[in-house]
Design a protein around this ligand. Structure first.
Ligand code: BEZ
Ligand code: FE
Length: 292
């Protein structure tokens, strides 16, 4: 049968080899993947040399990847696939806060912190006071929600990129818990825009496309609460010069926030700050899970 394959008939022949699977979803995914891959190759008249270049690229994605260097995730991010999945799977309409990709700098084992704590761990920068409220779609507070937060320093580096300076300690990240009225608050330092890693295979794509490699200034959040869908999101500096051209397409309009600048004086935590500082206030709305 294979001997008289043609450019058109090979697709069906390959797809049939998945008929013996007992896993319906597996079969659906691979039959469709084969269809789209073959259609792509036919449409662009993919050459053997081009496919070898692509396979070498995939091999190099794997070789440069490590627990702290997630090049495959970065590929998904810069091709917009991560944000496509985020938008596909979020609750439609309503007041639920939009999601935005996790990114490579979330780290397991981060420290827990009490509300009001300074989570900068001594990293120098402009003081930033973050105050957030977590509510349901009716505006009722969600008490006891777990709030992971992490962000870069004022130069654009995360703690995991500053291991020598920080002797491997965490900084600018913590796990907080909302109080009885759904509030959480902490002190840190203001982050800054930064480039996605460009010294690997993904950098070659961004370079060849002459694309911006920058991410506008942002703070990451991951909310988890019993009875609600988890929410992974980010808040972006509204007037950042890179807004609207985030290298990974996460800077959604509804997530653009004012990082308000203040002269030295009283801060939201009741202390007096003797240098200019920034405040960021936001209400995050979680969707109830259907099994509630
Ligand atoms: C981040 O926001 O941490 C990030 C997301 C995607 C690629 C690089 C960094
Ligand atoms: Fe980030």
């Amino acid at each position: 049968m294979s001997s008289d394959l043609t450019e058109q008939t090979i697709t069906g022949v390959v797809q049939q080899t998945f008929d013996t699977s007992t896993d319906d979803r597996f079969r659906q995914l691979f039959v469709s993947l084969v269809q789209h891959l073959h259609d792509f190759a036919r449409e662009v008249r993919l050459t053997g040399d081009e496919w070898f270049t692509a396979m070498d690229f995939i091999e190099r994605l794997g070789k440069i990847s490590s627990p702290t260097r997630q090049e495959v995730v970065l590929l998904s991010d810069i091709l917009g696939l991560s944000m496509l999945l985020d938008t596909m799977h979020e609750s439609p309409g309503g007041s639920v806060t939009a999601s935005a990709l996790l990114g490579p700098f979330y780290v397991e084992g981060r420290p827990t912190a009490d509300n009001g704590a300074d989570i900068s761990n001594g990293v120098a920068g402009t003081p930033m006071f973050v105050t957030g409220r977590v509510v349901d779609e009716r505006g009722n507070p969600i008490a006891g929600a777990h709030v992971d937060t992490w962000h870069s320093d004022g130069v654009g580096f995360y703690d995991v990129q500053l291991t020598e300076q920080l002797h491997g300690e965490f900084a600018m990240r913590a796990l907080l818990t909302t109080d009885d009225d759904g509030w959480f608050w902490y002190r840190s330092i203001a982050p800054r825009y930064y480039p996605v890693p460009t010294d690997g295979p993904c950098g070659e794509i961004l370079g060849a496309a002459n694309r911006s490699v920058m991410r506008p200034q942002h703070v990451h959040f991951w909310f988890r609460a019993d009875g609600y869908h988890g929410l992974i999101t980010q808040l972006f500096l509204k007037d950042d010069s890179y807004i609207g051209r985030d290298a990974v397409f996460a800077d959604r309009t509804s997530l653009q926030a004012d990082f308000v600048h203040h002269e030295p004086g009283p801060a939201p935590d009741g202390t007096t700050v003797d240098e200019p500082f920034v405040t960021l206030d936001w209400t995050f709305t979680l969707a109830a899970s259907t099994d509630q």
